[in-house]
Design a protein around this ligand. Structure first.
Ligand SMILES: Nc1ncnc2c1ncn2[C@@H]1O[C@H](COP(=O)(O)OP(=O)(O)OP(=O)(O)O)[C@@H](O)[C@H]1O
Ligand SMILES: [Mg+2]
Length: 217
């Protein structure tokens, strides 16, 4: 569904060229939870940005549904991303519109990719019943992060990607987010998470280990 072929990402910095990711080829499984694991600086976030079509690799190919994305214009990439890919950031507030209600966040997310949200069902699935009229700041960090995954569900993306979705939460909130992630993956939505949280790694159906920008054998 989503695959990388010999991807390399280099950055020009004042100190010289940094190779963040090198020669990475992988297939994201069409089902289940995939975890990109590895120590700080190993290239997890970089790879996630490439997988989500936010960033073009310096070399190599990113294929979605069997088609290369390298020749697409920025506009075509954005359109494809909106329709097919959801990205959940580390900081819960970055994933939501703070002045909208919970229900309106779900509706707006669905609308942006041409869908319509069944708000009560989604909120029941997320363990957030009866919060449709609440404003986002009334939710805890963990609840906000679960809502962020709910927005991804509402968009009916082909794949949901998340960068360290539990790292800014206390242990109890993180547990609830882990349940949501596992639940999404069980429903057949492929989820790719970059994380070094051992509890997330333990839930993985597929695991890729990065070390200094390369995949460990
Ligand atoms: N925009 C950029 N400009 C220059 N260097 C970058 C840029 N983005 C990432 N890097 C470098 O690429 C390497 C990989 O970074 P990346 O953020 O992908 O690692 P990570 O595995 O997500 O780390 P962490 O666990 O700390 O989030 C690091 O050496 C980083 O400094
Ligand atoms: Mg990172």
């Amino acid at each position: 569904m989503l695959r990388l072929r010999e991807v390399e990402v280099r950055y020009r910095t004042p100190g010289g060229v940094v190779t963040a990711v090198s020669d990475v080829s992988l297939d994201v499984p069409a089902r289940g939870l995939t975890v990109l694991a590895g120590p700080s600086g190993s290239g997890k976030s970089t790879l996630l940005r490439v997988l989500s079509l936010v960033e073009r690799p310096t070399l190599g190919a990113v294929e979605l549904h069997g088609a290369g994305t390298g020749r697409l214009s920025d506009r075509a990439r954005r359109r494809l991303r909106r329709r097919e890919i959801s990205l959940v950031f580390q900081n819960p507030a970055d994933n939501l519109v703070g002045h909208l209600t919970v229900g309106d966040n779900l509706r707006a997310a669905a609308q942006a990719s041409g869908r319509s949200a069944r708000v009560p069902e989604l909120l029941a699935q997320l363990g957030l019943p009866d919060t449709a009229g609440w404003r986002v700041p009334a939710l805890s960090g963990g609840q906000q992060q679960r809502l962020a995954f709910g927005c991804a569900l509402a968009r009916e993306s082909a794949v949901v990607l998340a960068d360290e979705p539990t790292s800014q939460l206390d242990a109890a909130s993180a547990d609830l987010v882990l349940e949501t992630v596992a639940d999404l993956a069980r429903r057949g939505v492929p989820v790719v998470v970059a994380s070094h949280d051992p509890r997330l790694i333990a839930l993985a159906d597929t695991r890729f280990d990065l070390e200094n920008g390369v995949l460990a054998a």
